[in-house]
Ligand binder design. Sequence first.
Ligand SMILES: NC(=O)c1ccc[n+]([C@@H]2O[C@H](COP(=O)([O-])OP(=O)(O)OC[C@H]3O[C@@H](n4cnc5c(N)ncnc54)[C@H](OP(=O)(O)O)[C@@H]3O)[C@@H](O)[C@H]2O)c1
Length: 251
Amino acid sequence: MTDRHTILITGASSGLGEGMARRWAARGKNLALCARRLERLEELRGELLAANPAITVAVRELDVTDADAVERVFGELDAELGGIDRYVLNAGLGKGASIGTGKAHANRETAMINAVGVLNQAEAAAALLRGRGKGHLVFISSVSALRGMPKSQNTYGATKAFVSSLAQGLYAELDSAGSDIKVTDILPGYIRTELNRSVQTSLMADYDKGVDALVRTIDAEPVRALVPAWPWRLLGPLLTILPEKVSRRFV
Ligand SMILES: NC(=O)c1ccc[n+]([C@@H]2O[C@H](COP(=O)([O-])OP(=O)(O)OC[C@H]3O[C@@H](n4cnc5c(N)ncnc54)[C@H](OP(=O)(O)O)[C@@H]3O)[C@@H](O)[C@H]2O)c1
């Protein structure tokens, strides 16, 4: 395990991104935080610096669907912080509706942010990491990537399958070239945040436990991990082999 000192997190204005920022700040990491809601990032920066004045926290307003802005902002933050060691591509949207029911805009928005937005971030982050020849690139996918799911989860799950596939392919390329750039694909299960405020399921993990598990797992830098480990390391493989009528109940 390598100690990463400077971490960029997208989608840090709420939920898992905000939680990861708090954990890593408490451990003395320097942070670059991005999202569209700048005022929330500024508030978070104030809180983190009050608790630990020794660290650096840079914030930027960023819409990940704007490829030029992603490239520019990642480049500026990399220069400002003297090199980003780890990029956590976390920004995401949980909107969606049954295909063909007149809510194409919701599915398209989810696809733009979760798929094209992640591609934009991967391009910009990988270019900077390739320039340095080292670092850690973390993709935040979902257990929804494991199996096609119906209704509101349909497009969301498909975007997360895209994210996992992108991570897997990039890992294969860099690892076979003997690169010091590590790639991690994280598949979170349900962790209570704004994104799933209307979801009721016994599989929902408490926010703090979920964020603790995410940070612990990312710091271990695995190639791929389902988080929290319980119950997803058991349910995940099952999801891929169970008959569809059963698997649809899990996600
Ligand atoms: N919570 C779960 O159970 C769960 C499970 C599996 C996977 N995940 C994944 O974990 C990630 C974080 O989700 P969360 O649960 O923490 O949800 P959340 O609280 O809704 O946070 C989503 C974050 O993404 C940012 N974001 C959304 N659209 C953006 C855009 N176009 N450009 C830049 N930032 C954007 C939001 O910030 P702004 O609105 O300020 O831009 C926000 O900070 C997502 O990728 C999600 O799919 C979550």
